[in-house]
Design a protein around this ligand. Structure first.
Ligand SMILES: [Zn+2]
Length: 65
């Protein structure tokens, strides 16, 4: 411990962590519409995003709220 991280290296590490975070989000985010049948717009989107369907893939179906 006690080894200082050069600013440039810390910055690079931060960028790597951000890239990893983005990759994770990309995996869980909807790349394209999941195979949904009829979904209650107030229920969680079946794509697994954790958002309500109307706030996720259902948003593409028009009529906001
Ligand atoms: Zn979705």
């Amino acid at each position: 411990m006690g080894v200082p991280i050069p600013a440039a290296q810390a910055f690079d590490l931060k960028r790597r962590l951000e890239a990893i975070q983005r990759a994770k989000e990309a995996q869980s985010a909807p790349a394209k519409g999941p195979d949904v049948g009829r979904v209650n717009r107030n229920e969680a989107c079946p794509c697994g995003s954790g958002k309500k369907y109307k706030r996720c893939h259902g948003a593409a179906e028009g009529e906001g709220d």
